[in-house]
Design a protein around this ligand. Structure first.
Ligand SMILES: Nc1ncnc2c1ncn2[C@@H]1O[C@H](COP(=O)(O)OP(=O)(O)OP(=O)(O)O)[C@@H](O)[C@H]1O
Ligand SMILES: [Mg+2]
Length: 228
């Protein structure tokens, strides 16, 4: 599903964020990406949805070498990958319903189908009753659930979550984790970058630790492994 070989990334300012990554992830896996601040976790995730290009090496995503991919093919790739960020990134002037519907590919979709799909996915994140609310009328956890709904509305094969609980209190974080687990159980591959020792050590999954742009540890059912 995701296969990186000999991947290096040096940003235009000369900072080398990835230093020879080799990572393989199978369909349906749930993977935590851990490591100190500045280790290269976000850069690693950005290569997967072609937000960034590797300086060297191959990045295969869903059987396509995306380091060679033409710009015009990027939207097609992105439809297969949902992304959730620490800071939610909802559109503030759109309602919950509209934020999610907006992400759905509307080309030739029957409006009835769009409505059904949006309400289904809002039900999945337990927010059907807040469809008409604006983002700033919601709690942080609710906003993150909207952003998860938006990320999965297209039935992506891969869901990338970059510190999805970074701005949330512990109880709300567990809620988000249970939703991510349900999404994973339905077959979606999940990659989650996190600094949460508690989550990683409680909901045990594969752990890839990155330091200085290299994989220093890769364990199925691993531990967080850093003092916090
Ligand atoms: N757009 C950019 N331009 C230049 N340097 C960058 C850019 N993005 C990241 N970097 C640098 O690349 C390195 C890796 O950054 P990255 O954001 O991938 O780390 P991270 O592991 O996600 O850290 P954090 O845990 O703080 O989110 C850092 O030294 C960072 O300063
Ligand atoms: Mg980061």
């Amino acid at each position: 599903m995701i296969d990186m070989k000999g991947v290096y990334k040096t940003y235009p300012n000369g900072v080398t964020a990835l230093n020879g990554l080799d990572i393989g992830i199978e369909q349906g896996e749930f993977v935590y990406v851990v490591g100190p601040s500045g280790a290269g976790k976000s850069t690693f995730t950005k290569l997967i949805y072609r937000e960034e290009k590797p300086s060297r090496g191959t990045v295969n995503v869903i059987d396509i070498d995306i380091s060679q991919m033409k710009e015009r093919m990027i939207p097609k790739l992105r439809r297969q990958i949902g992304v959730v960020y620490q800071d939610f990134r909802l559109l503030p002037t759109l309602t919950v319903y509209e934020n999610v519907a907006f992400a759905l590919e509307v080309i030739e979709e029957d409006p009835k189908n769009i409505r059904r799909r949006v309400m289904d996915v809002l039900d999945q994140v337990r927010l059907k009753n807040k469809a008409r609310f604006l983002p700033d009328e919601l709690s942080g956890g609710e906003q993150q659930r909207v952003s998860i709904a938006r990320a999965i509305v297209n039935h992506p094969k891969i869901l990338i979550a970059d510190e999805p609980t970074g701005n949330l209190d512990p109880d709300t974080s567990w809620e988000i984790m249970h939703i991510l687990e349900e999404i994973n159980e339905s077959g979606t591959t999940i990659l989650m970058a996190t600094h949460s020792q508690e989550i990683v050590n409680t909901i045990r999954k594969r752990v890839i630790a990155i330091e200085d742009g290299m994989v220093v540890r890769d364990e199925s059912r691993g531990e967080y492994g850093y003092e916090h």
